[in-house]
Design a protein. Structure first.
Length: 262
C-alpha cells in the first residue's frame, strides 16, 4: 500500500447512504480513508462509487452487525481514527397515540444503535486517540409536536456522547455532538412531502414557512452540516470535547414569545 495512503486517518460513518452522512463521506474522502454504513446496499454502493469510500451494508440495530462493521473497517484499513454516528429515523406521533413497537423502533435506531457502534469502536479509537461526532438534532434541545420518541432518542444521544467524552477524555478520546436544524435531505423531503399531501400545500412553500423565523431564513444543504462534523473530527478541534454545536441557522436562539414584535 502506498505510504501516503496508509497515513490517511480512517473514519467510519453510519447512516451514510444519503443526506448528511453521504455529504460527510464526500467531504472527508480526499483526506481520509472512509467506511460508510447504511441499510440500502444499492444506494450505499452509489455513494461509495462517487466518493471512493468502502461500503458496508448493515442493519446496525443488530449488535452482531455493529461488531462486524467495525471489524471489517479495521481489517481493511488497520486502524480507526474517527466515528460519525449519523443513522436515524423520524416518526411523528403524539405520545399517547404511539404504539410501543414504533417507540422502540425509533429509540433503537437513533440511540441504541449508536451505543452499539460506539461500544464496538471505542477500543480502537482509544489506540489512535480518535474522535466521535454524534449527529443529533435541534429536536434534542427544543420540543416539537408529535416528536416524543424522536426528541427523546436524540436528547439521549447528546447525553450519551457527553458521557463518552467524560469517561474517555482522560485517555485522549474526544466525543462531540452536532444538532442540525432544517437540512435539505432525503428524510426532510419525505417529511415535507407527507405534510404537503396532508395539507394540500406546496412542499417548497412548507420549507419556506419552516424557516421563516430562523435568523438565516433558509434551509441548509447537507454539506453545511458535514463541514462542522469534519472540523470536530480534525486536530483543529483537539481541545473540544463534550460540546453540543447547533447547526441550525440560529433557530435555537429565537425567543418564540417575542415573534410578535418582528
Amino acid at each position: 500500500m502506498n505510504s501516503a495512503v496508509a497515513e490517511k486517518p480512517v473514519v467510519l460513518i453510519t447512516g451514510a447512504s444519503s443526506g448528511i452522512g453521504a455529504a460527510t463521506a464526500a467531504m472527508l474522502a480526499p483526506t481520509h480513508r472512509v467506511a460508510i454504513v447504511g441499510r440500502r446496499a444499492e444506494q450505499l454502493g452509489s455513494i461509495a462509487r462517487d466518493t471512493g469510500a468502502m461500503p458496508l451494508a448493515a442493519d446496525i440495530t443488530d449488535p452482531a452487525e455493529c461488531e462486524r462493521i467495525v471489524e471489517q473497517t479495521i481489517a481493511a484499513f488497520g486502524r480507526l481514527d474517527g466515528l460519525v454516528l449519523n443513522a436515524g429515523v423520524s416518526r411523528s406521533t403524539r405520545l399517547a397515540d404511539m404504539p410501543l413497537d414504533e417507540w422502540e423502533f425509533v429509540i433503537r435506531t437513533n440511540l441504541t444503535s449508536a451505543f452499539l457502534v460506539a461500544k464496538a469502536a471505542i477500543p480502537h479509537l482509544l489506540k489512535t486517540k480518535g474522535a466521535i461526532v454524534s449527529v443529533s438534532s435541534l429536536s434534542a434541545l427544543r420540543t416539537s409536536q408529535g416528536f416524543a420518541a424522536y426528541s427523546a432518542s436524540k436528547a439521549g444521544l447528546v447525553v450519551m456522547t457527553q458521557t463518552i467524552a467524560r469517561d474517555y477524555g482522560p485517555e485522549g478520546l474526544r466525543a462531540n455532538v452536532v444538532c442540525p436544524g432544517w437540512i435539505r435531505t432525503e428524510m426532510s423531503d419525505m417529511e415535507m412531502s407527507e405534510y404537503s399531501e396532508a395539507t394540500g400545500t406546496d412542499k417548497e412553500e412548507l420549507f419556506r414557512r419552516a424557516v421563516e423565523h430562523v435568523p438565516a431564513r433558509r434551509v441548509a444543504q447537507p454539506e453545511e452540516a458535514a463541514a462542522p462534523i469534519a472540523f470536530l473530527l480534525s486536530q483543529q478541534a483537539s481541545y473540544i470535547n463534550g460540546a453540543v454545536l447547533s447547526v441550525d441557522g440560529g433557530a435555537a436562539i429565537v425567543d418564540v414569545g417575542t415573534l410578535l414584535f418582528g
